[in-house]
Design a protein around this ligand. Structure first.
Ligand SMILES: [Zn+2]
Length: 171
């Protein structure tokens, strides 16, 4: 799925292809190392208000521009997935979230990023603060589960479905 890169990201020399563990992998002859291409991790968070409505944000830009989705984004190299989810939730909604539990890790191909993405989904049982859309979120709001808009990402709907089917009796 990932676009092939031509040059080694470590030393800038041209890459060749070498058979390794049953796959043709990019290889840097100069550095004598394989250059691995892997899915990019993203973290997202589900929070519900007292009425059991779920928090969504309206995306301001591509991919999924002008469509609703769960708040979230890519994990930075110096943060854990939970930290990434908390940071993205704060940036996009102004809310401070806590008490995370892992719902699932989903996989989705992204035509926009030309790679595959791992979506790490958490439920945060508590939150505080005032809801205000920020960063790449144009709007933020709570939606009844039986009246959700079409979401920008299939993986987000899968996380919601998984959470609801796991937790349905107590929600
Ligand atoms: Zn190299």
């Amino acid at each position: 799925m990932q676009d092939k890169i031509e040059f080694c990201p470590y030393c800038g020399n041209s890459l060749s292809t070498k058979r390794n563990e049953g796959r043709d992998r990019l290889y840097c002859e100069a550095g004598k190392r394989f250059v691995y291409q892997n899915p990019i991790p993203a973290a997202t968070g589900l929070i519900f208000d007292k009425e059991g409505k779920i928090l969504l944000v309206l995306r301001g830009r591509e991919p999924g521009g002008n469509q609703w989705c769960l708040p979230g984004g890519f994990v930075e190299t110096d943060e854990t997935p939970i930290q990434a989810a908390k940071r993205e939730l704060f940036e996009e909604t102004g809310l401070n979230v806590s008490s995370p539990t892992l719902i699932d890790v989903n996989f989705q191909n992204s035509l926009f990023y030309k790679t595959s993405i791992l979506i790490i989904g958490y439920h945060f049982a508590e939150y505080s603060g005032t809801l205000i859309a920020g960063d790449d979120a144009e709007e933020a709001g709570f939606f009844a589960l039986n009246n959700l808009p079409d979401l920008a990402f299939e993986s987000h709907m899968e996380l919601i479905d998984k959470f609801v089917s796991d937790k349905a009796p107590s929600l």
